[in-house]
Design a binder for this molecule. Structure first.
Ligand SMILES: NC(=O)c1ccc[n+]([C@@H]2O[C@H](COP(=O)([O-])OP(=O)(O)OC[C@H]3O[C@@H](n4cnc5c(N)ncnc54)[C@H](O)[C@@H]3O)[C@@H](O)[C@H]2O)c1
Length: 347
């Protein structure tokens, strides 16, 4: 299959690019190369005849139309987005423009391309979204595909809007779509502004390990390579017009997660003078910080036979090792705008 992947120079997109090429798919990576992108993430496939790169913005209708006409993909996997909740609190406009207007522009370009191709039923527009669209859970319960949308941050609201647009283009124009909503990802190439890399890199630098609020917020963690595998599964086997929740079945509070990372680091790179856990520091909470996310993965498991391959313990161990082994990668990104600063603190 020839797949156009948007956002393929980002964290999850690059994992999808690497996996799709490894499985013999042709891949066109469309990415604007924002602050969150890193071409080193796909260096392992950049010389592969199955891989092509197009630097373009999904809001640029002409550029997207040209790329679709040039490469004639069988499917689009749409991952390009502004993705950091804290940045969405400080500067929501970028999130509205890329996540909503950009998705609209991409949908219109895809619809025009699909129409000129004779509206093949086999075409797929796979929209990649987040569990954050469902809002915040109490101590019990899980998000299913039927949970009403209740986004609470500018990021999750912009992703919710993009999900609605994709469904509307399916219902109104018949565009063949599938959607997926995934829980928190972690793993190699995670940009060093997100919690897990921040904790690993601050620990290595002997700096405080910041935890928002009291650390009780619970997330359902999924190893990024498992997410990439799930996305290809949804693309190839997902039922038309349907959405699939993807989760790791690995709920952890932020405090538990950081304590686990400290224990792994204590083993792998012992700190002179005590455990890394002594560096844990509670800081002002994120405004509107959702208490708990948990995914009910019954649909993807029963319909498509997919389940994660890695437990959170194995995945975190691999992740810490990857950061220890790839210092050149993360050092180069630490100079990027906003990295290392506390963002999204004020309402
Ligand atoms: N990170 C998570 O835990 C998570 C969980 C569930 C869903 N998602 C979704 O998965 C997708 C990928 O997330 P990520 O964490 O890899 O994000 P990321 O921020 O690491 O990467 C986003 C990529 O999109 C590109 N991009 C941004 N704006 C663009 C534009 N206007 N035109 C073209 N390219 C643009 C960036 O250059 C970057 O390469 C997003 O849609 C996100 O909402 C993420």
């Amino acid at each position: 299959m020839k797949i156009l992947i948007t956002g393929g120079a980002g964290f999850i997109g690059s994992a999808v690019v690497r996996l799709a090429v490894a499985r013999g798919h042709s891949v066109v990576n469309l990415d604007a190369l924002t602050y969150a992108a890193c071409l080193d993430n796909i260096a392992s496939v950049s010389g592969d005849p199955l891989y092509a790169f197009e630097q373009a913005d999904i809001r640029d209708r002409n550029a997207v139309a040209r790329i679709l006409e040039t490469h004639k993909p069988d499917a689009i996997m749409h991952l390009a987005a502004e993705s950091h909740v804290d940045r969405s609190i400080d500067a929501p406009g970028e999130f509205i423009e890329t996540n909503i207007t950009g998705t609209y522009t991409l949908l219109e370009a895809a619809r025009a391309y699909w129409t000129t191709q004779g509206k093949p039923e086999s075409f797929r527009f796979h929209h990649v979204s987040t569990d954050e669209v469902f809002g915040s859970l109490g101590d019990t319960g899980m998000f299913t595909e039927d949970t009403p949308y209740d986004p609470r941050s500018p990021y999750s609201a912009s992703k919710a809007a993009s999900d609605h647009l994709v469904r509307a283009w399916s219902e109104t124009y018949g565009l063949p779509v599938v959607l997926s909503n995934c829980s928190n990802n972690y793993g190699p190439y995670h940009f060093p502004e997100k919690l897990i890399p921040v904790v690993i890199l601050n620990a290595l630098a002997g700096k405080p390990l910041p935890i928002y609020g009291n650390g009780s917020n619970v997330r359902d963690w999924l190893y990024v390579e498992d997410h990439a595998d799930a996305l290809l599964c949804v693309l190839e086997k997902g039922r038309l017009g349907r959405s699939y929740n993807i989760g790791g079945e690995n709920e952890r509070s932020n405090l538990e997660l950081v304590q686990t990372l400290c224990a792994i680091l204590d083993e792998k790179r012992p700190r002179a003078g005590g455990s890394y856990a002594e560096l844990i520091t509670f800081v002002t909470d994120r405004p509107g910080h959702d208490a708990r996310y948990a995914i009910d993965p019954t649909r993807i498991r029963q319909e498509l036979g997919w389940r994660p391959s890695v437990t959170v313990e194995e995945g975190l161990e691999r992740t810490v090792q990857w950061y220890l082994d790839n210092e050149d990668w993360w050092r180069a990104l630490q100079n990027r705008e906003g990295v290392g600063m506390r963002l999204g603190k004020t309402t």
